[in-house]
Design a protein around this ligand. Structure first.
Ligand SMILES: Nc1nc2c(ncn2[C@@H]2O[C@H](COP(=O)(O)OP(=O)(O)OP(=O)(O)O)[C@@H](O)[C@H]2O)c(=O)[nH]1
Ligand SMILES: [Zn+2]
Length: 313
């Protein structure tokens, strides 16, 4: 009599699988690569929209270079943005969030602050880069902003990615080498310029993915993972967004991620004080005494208000 095959072994025999990394996403179109670096077009089994660039996934054997993503391995981190209407995941398994801004085009401090809150919530180390230090216009304001971030305790850098490239590269290498980073910034701040310094064939790769996905020239909406040229690690570029919705945060997380405000919490009359309209609030007292910057408090109020609205949907 033939030996019986245990059920678990049977399922293994009937469906060969392999582990891969998700390197590119455009909506529900994905690219994954196996351990040898071979690329496959991938579709999520069951049409679930839960696959994110940076994910480690288990795929079924390839048919015509296309695979099905059967499952997603546990993530070490997941960075996402959320507004009232929808949640958008940005990157999985990253350890560093690189936030880029410059004096021109005009930058919005709130974008940087929101990115910092998102990083804090995802337990990802944030690094802020002020790019385009060669521009005189708006330089003072941009430098002042960077200094204010440094005073809050964040890691900050200044570079000129376009012309002082060797120096910029040294600085960038120190930030991303052997790390898994996501690069974010408002449009025009120099993210592509930075990416091209870090990854020589970045442009070609983006083209390759978007052509394979039949996206034509819509390259800006493809989130892509690039291996670093000079070390282990990768950088994910997630272009084409201006907003960093934070509706998924809790108020106490927001406060914890704002050290300049958090240090004055605790002396309020009400234990559940939200530091908005309540009387005898120690945060508002610190604001009146000039210990908290007005624009940071305004930012806090705006975020707190969004969260409040969410809870009344
Ligand atoms: N003066 C100056 N210009 C820069 C520097 N870095 C980038 N630029 C220029 O700024 C413009 C925008 O740079 P990109 O790298 O395309 O910016 P991006 O953030 O990728 O923009 P999107 O593709 O719109 O998301 C380009 O014209 C760059 O040449 C810099 O250090 N100094
Ligand atoms: Zn209070």
């Amino acid at each position: 009599m033939p030996k019986r095959i245990p059920t678990s072994a049977k399922s293994h025999l009937s469906r060969e699988t392999f582990v891969a990394q998700v390197v590119s996403c455009h909506g529900r179109h994905h690219f994954v690569r196996d351990e040898s670096g071979k690329l496959y077009e991938a579709h999520r089994r069951g049409k679930k929209g839960d696959v994110v660039v940076g994910d480690t996934v288990v795929c079924s054997a390839a048919v015509d270079n296309t695979v099905a993503i059967e499952s997603i391995k546990e993530r070490t981190s997941l960075l996402f943005r959320q507004d009232e209407w929808r949640t958008k995941t940005l990157a999985a398994n990253i350890d560093t969030l690189v936030i880029v801004y410059a004096s021109r085009p005009r930058f919005n401090p709130w974008f940087v602050w929101k990115a910092l809150l998102a990083a804090h919530a995802a337990r990802v180390h944030p690094v802020i880069i002020r790019n385009k230090t060669d521009l005189a216009e708006g330089a003072e304001e941009a430098a002042r902003f960077l200094n204010s971030l440094k005073l809050l305790g964040y890691e900050t850098h200044e570079i000129c990615a376009q012309t002082i490239t060797a120096e910029a590269l040294g600085e960038l290498d120190a930030i991303v080498n052997n790390h898994r980073s996501l690069l974010v910034g408002q449009s025009g701040m120099g993210k592509s310029t930075i990416l091209n310094l870090l990854v020589q064939n970045a442009n070609a790769k983006t083209q390759e993915y978007s052509q394979a996905l039949n996206l034509g020239r819509q390259t800006t909406t493809v989130t892509t993972l690039y291996d670093l040229d000079r070390s282990y690690g990768f950088v994910i570029d997630s272009p084409g967004f201006q907003e960093f919705g934070l509706a998924h945060l809790e108020l106490n997380e927001v406060i914890a991620a704002m050290p300049d405000i958090a240090q004055y919490v605790g002396g309020c009359r009400f234990a559940n004080c939200k530091h908005l309209k309540e009387p005898a609030c120690s945060v508002k007292r610190a604001l009146q005494d000039g210990l908290i910057a007005q624009d940071r408090y305004d930012f806090y109020c705006a975020i707190a208000q969004t969260l409040e609205n969410k809870s009344t949907y």
